[in-house]
Write a protein that binds this ligand. Structure first.
Ligand code: NAD
Length: 411
């Protein structure tokens, strides 16, 4: 199995070769511009001092300030973060928001620490990365293991030295200049591109059968919007497995059941299946919205969908992707499909810089327009070059970043 770094670099190399970029430009675009490692020493509740490792990888800022999540995870490593930072550079470029790409976090399992400890750890981490973040420099956001709470602490720690700066992070609590529609935005973007891709296949979302792996932030919101538009979500899953109802699951009822403490498995569906089986279901749309590397050389030949919409980051390995290309299965790639989150982060940042607050309908409307426009741009590029949507998305993103580099005088 190839690593995330190798997979990203393979997709990137294909695009750079297609664009015939010179070797020096290829090197500039491949390598992160900066990686800062920080030692986070904190007094724990028992009085012991503990050291955590934290870092921030800044891949590229040629088109705008670095942008990307902060992850709290014990297995976090700088190489993986570098691959995710690179993906952010291409994602922000594909959807045309004026940001670059970054990623970072702390090697920690936050569930093992008290709220007060996580707050102290977060504030100490901010002191470490403060010299390289800021509303016009690098704007972190939530990722695995972090959320609005951590963003509020980061903003408040940063403001001790810089004054009122809501634009230093996105994904903040709504009461602290966050955007109400941020939590639904990635799922909403997935819904929007699903609708657009089906239309290109001569189909309608109404009545289309959809299978979604992962029923967290991305999967559950995407399911809700698809259901609302008349799409038939016939199967969903979480890390414990999935359920099917071929007549279409009642998504609002399932979400209410989960909000009441229930699980997918005890929802009372006619059939319970494994995650591996779920991926092979016969459907119009398969949306992997959980983890990476689930569609591989081993199962890509057996998928029975006509469209894949990548809600998760890097759910398809390069060998899996090559089989899907040969089979003519349309794939809306992660850097386009799940960009609704970063696009809405951009809207949050814009409001913060202007001290303005927009309503939910205004933000949703802008997101829908942006996602539909980005899909069309990628689709047209794929048409022009007779290539997959993934290749087209990378080509478009890389072209925009390379052109900006050229105009800035970096060659
Ligand atoms: P989440 O933690 O809210 O939900 C993840 C879901 O996946 C849960 O239902 C979980 O049970 C399930 N899951 C975990 N491991 C699994 C496994 N081995 N097999 C099947 N299901 C499994 O996470 P999220 O925010 O919904 O993110 C999902 C994916 O989308 C991740 O790859 C993330 O990087 C990507 N993503 C998220 C956002 C965002 O705004 N949340 C933006 C871009 C990309």
């Amino acid at each position: 199995m190839v690593s995330a770094v190798e997979a990203t670099n393979e997709f990137l190399s294909r695009a750079m070769d297609a664009l015939e970029l010179p070797a020096n430009m290829q090197e500039i675009l491949r390598e992160p511009q900066r990686a800062l490692h920080v030692s986070v020493e904190v007094d724990l509740d028992d009085g012991e001092v503990h050291q955590f490792k934290g870092f921030r990888v800044q891949h590229n800022n040629i088109r705008g300030p670095y942008k990307g999540g902060l992850r709290y995870h014990p297995g976090l490593d700088a190489d993986h973060a570098a691959a995710l930072a690179s993906l952010m550079t291409w994602k922000t470029a594909v959807v045309g928001v004026p940001f670059g790409g970054a990623k970072g976090g702390i090697c920690i399992d936050p569930s093992k620490y008290s709220d007060a400890e996580v707050e102290r750890i977060t504030r100490k981490f901010v002191q470490g990365i403060a010299p390289i973040i800021g509303p016009t420099i690098d704007i972190p956001a939530p990722d695995m293991g972090t959320g609005a709470r951590e963003m509020a602490w980061i903003m408040s720690e940063y403001e001790k030295f810089h004054g009122f700066s809501p634009g230093v992070v996105t994904g903040k609590p709504v009461e602290l200049f966050g955007t109400p529609s941020r939590s639904e935005a990635t799922g909403r973007g997935c819904w929007k591109v699903t609708e657009a891709a089906l239309k290109k296949q001569g189909k309608k979302l109404k009545g289309a059968t959809v299978v979604i792996q992962g029923f967290g932030n991305v999967g559950a919101h995407a399911a809700a919007f698809i259901h609302e538009s008349g799409g038939k979500v016939i199967a969903v899953s979480d890390h414990n497995g999935g359920i099917i109802d071929r007549s279409g699951l009642d998504i609002p009822a399932l979400r209410a059941h989960i909000a009441d403490g229930g699980t997918i498995q005890d929802f009372g569906s006619p059939e319970v299946i494994s995650n591996a089986e779920l991926l092979l279901l016969d459907c119009d749309v398969l949306m992997p919205a959980a983890i990476g590397e689930v569609i591989t050389g081993d199962n890509a030949g057996d998928l029975r969908c006509e469209l894949i919409v990548e809600g998760a980051n890097m759910p398809t390995t390069p060998d899996g992707d090559s089989i899907l290309r040969d089979r003519g299965i349309m794939v809306v790639p992660d850097i386009l499909a799940n960009a609704g989150g970063v696009a809405t982060s951009y809207f949050e940042w814009v409001q913060n810089l202007q001290y303005m607050l927009w309503g939910v309908d205004e933000t949703r409307g802008k997101l829908d327009k942006l996602m539909a426009g980005a899909f069309d741009a990628v689709f047209d590029r794929a048409d022009e070059r007779t290539c997959s949507l993934r290749d087209a998305a990378f080509i478009l993103g890389v072209e925009r970043v390379a052109r900006a580099a050229e105009l800035r005088g970096i060659q």
